[in-house]
Design a protein around this ligand. Structure first.
Ligand SMILES: [Cu+2]
Length: 627
């Protein structure tokens, strides 16, 4: 049979099987069922027990043979993509009809993206930087990333998406990374292969990106040190780091400097580096303004090491000014003093299990800034959430509906938490590795309310696991993207250059009454402890003013998340400035007292009413006190 004929037969049946498979709903606390092909004694490769349950064993065996025949022909048929995507579209629609948008929110957008979005950063211009790698594979049943690819094909790519320009191709602009010639023996220059790097923001809104993979040895750490400048939309390159890092984490401390930890070294997979590096170096001023940085600045070694045995640790700057490093291995929990450059042991996480990539989030703590962190993702068998607070761990009384790995949990402008994305394992959505067929449950979002209770909500269109991301936009919507495997598996035209997709989720607060107004806001740099103005025609309805940090994330690591309330010092119907001008309906908001509460940098200011409905955001910048 020809490949297209094979594909037609299979996809015709696939639609039937997909549509008759019961949708959604958790199996309950971490129960797993292996659909890998060994159930009922069936050993035919490609056999799926879940399919057999719907269409019968013989028919499922027939499918298995067709599937293997297709695989042997080395291509993934467009009709299979189309059938799969139709199933996901239909099940999303059916399932989500039962969720009241004012309680659970709703998914409102799905559109093509120029990039896979394996790495994302919301920039202080309101644009989103998306980056990953040039496509090396179109078949989602094969490893889709250039992990072992050496040479020209292993190249980075980056795009800006401007939400103000909508959802079409015009809203995307290519911003390729600098060309480099990696030390891979080929001598070939190409856009920097920075996928699976680590990143965080500098106090001037620029993004520092460290590491990457030059290919081979199961992933060979790149020494790349790059800066993306959101103000002129250009990259610059620094001097290389001392070591290669693939899967490092980067965090910005209260001093405005970045610490770079972990990552598989230039020796390849299985050689995580304990070396910690810092940018900028201590004798170089921290960048505060928008002027481009000089190229080839140095990173600097940090005295203490960070011997994480598993990569991509969660790093956060908490309100005592220390960096907290929560390793995926339970005993690898440390704090770092950024002034003394020392490391101290923290108690072991109580779950006693290594965790996969999964979410962690610093919890809102009023005007004081975060002093505790919730670790919740990364173990599909564990629905518990763990809180590190006051130097000790506790297991929270409230669980999620089920455990997830590769999930993202982000803080919304009302201080509540949203979990999106998730999978069974890396490249495994519950039906075996490199099988795009996913357990439906991983498509359901989960929301945490003010009492800490979690509830499942509507489904996203695609299952998104490994390399997925989510970002709160300044208008309060949430952008969901990432996971090149699912994007390739559901692409409506694999031959065009739109390989990625973005989904938009509107939280419940966008589906209730009118939002509080936020007008002109002081947009210059604000020193810690000073007050600044924000105008609102709903001034008297406003109960809270909050700073929400823009986030940059990958692999469920999101070190920049932060939620800080501001003191409202005054409400003025009419305020007369010393220069003779007047502001109407003006709130007087006080910046946090110290960088320990919120490190220097750009933040989104939201005003909230008593129902927790946020305004759209305005950008403000916190800077150190002068003198
Ligand atoms: Cu990766």
């Amino acid at each position: 049979m020809s490949p297209s004929r094979l594909a037609k037969v299979l996809s015709a049946c696939a639609v039937i099987s997909a549509l008759t498979t019961p949708v959604a709903v958790a199996h309950g606390g971490g129960h797993h069922h292996d659909h890998g092909g060994h159930d009922h004694g069936r050993t035919i490769p490609g056999y799926r027990a879940d399919e057999a349950a719907v269409i019968g064993e013989e028919h499922a065996e027939e499918h298995a043979r067709l599937r293997m025949a297709l695989q042997a022909q080395g291509e993934y048929p467009q009709p299979t993509r189309d059938a799969r995507f139709k199933m996901l579209t239909d099940t999303q629609k059916t399932n989500n009809a039962k969720f009241d948008p004012s309680v659970f929110g709703r998914f409102t957008g799905y559109f093509p993206s120029k990039d896979f979005g394996d790495h994302v950063a919301l920039l202080p211009t309101g644009k989103v930087l998306l980056f990953s790698f040039e496509r090396v594979e179109t078949d989602p049943t094969k490893e889709p990333a250039p992990t072992n690819v050496i040479g020209a094909q292993n190249a980075g790519r980056a795009y800006l998406w401007d939400p103000a320009k909508g959802q079409g191709a015009d809203a995307f602009t290519a911003v390729p990374p600098p060309k480099v010639t990696p030390p891979d023996g080929t001598g070939i220059s190409r856009p920097a292969p920075f996928f699976c790097s680590g990143h965080s923001f500098l106090p001037n809104g620029m993004l520092g990106v460290y590491g990457g993979n030059i290919g081979g040895n199961g992933g060979t750490g790149a020494k790349l040190s790059l800066i993306f400048n959101p103000w002129n939309e250009k990259w610059s390159q620094n001097e290389d780091m001392a070591v290669g890092r693939w899967y490092p984490s980067v965090v910005t401390g209260a001093d405005g400097r970045q610490l770079i930890m972990s990552g598989q070294s230039e020796m390849g997979w299985g050689t995580p580096t304990p070396l910690v590096e810092r940018f900028p170096a201590k004798n170089v001023p921290v960048p505060l303004d928008k002027s481009p940085l000089p190229s080839f600045q140095k990173v600097q070694p940090f005295k203490a090491d960070a011997p994480f045995t598993l990569d991509y640790p969660h790093l956060f700057s908490l309100n005592d000014g220390k960096i907290y490093g929560f390793g995926r291995q339970p005993a690898e929990q440390w704090s770092f003093d950024i002034n003394d450059e020392t490391r101290a042991d923290l108690p072991a996480r109580p779950d006693s299990k290594d965790r996969n990539y999964g979410a962690a989030v610093p919890l809102p703590n009023g005007v004081n800034g975060p002093d505790s962190v919730m670790v919740l993702g990364g173990n599909r068998d564990d629905p518990n959430t763990y809180e590190f607070s006051g130097g000790a761990w506790k297991t929270s009384p409230e669980k999620r509906a089920f455990g997830r790995t590769q999930d993202d949990t982000i803080i919304l402008p009302n201080g509540r938490l949203l979990t999106v994305n998730g999978a069974h394992d890396i490249r495994d959505y519950g039906n075996g590795a490199l099988n795009p067929n996913s357990h439906q449950k991983y498509r359901q979002i989960e929301l945490r309310d003010d009492n800490g209770k979690w509830k499942l909500g509507p489904m996203q269109r695609l299952p998104r696991g490994y390399h997925s991301n989510a970002v709160v936009l300044p208008d309060g919507r949430v952008m969901v993207t990432g996971d090149e495997l699912q994007q390739l598996a559901n692409d409506d035209n694999i031959n065009d250059d739109n390989n990625g997709t973005i989904e938009i989720y509107e939280p419940p607060y966008l589906n209730r009454g009118p939002r509080p107004d936020l007008g002109t806001t002081y947009s210059g740099p604000t020193q810690y402890g000073n007050w600044f103005s924000a105008e609102s025609t709903d001034m008297n309805r406003v109960t809270k003013a909050v700073l929400l940090s823009p986030t940059t994330s990958t692999h469920s690591v999101n070190t920049s998340q932060r939620y800080v309330e501001l003191r409202i010092l005054g409400r003025h119907t009419s305020y007369h400035w010393p220069d003779g001008t007047t502001s109407k309906n003006m709130l007087q908001l006080q910046a946090p007292y110290s960088a320990n509460t919120a490190p220097p940098g750009w933040y989104m200011l939201f005003l909230l009413d008593e129902d927790g409905t946020p305004s759209t955001a305005k950008w403000v910048q916190l800077v150190p006190r002068k003198g």
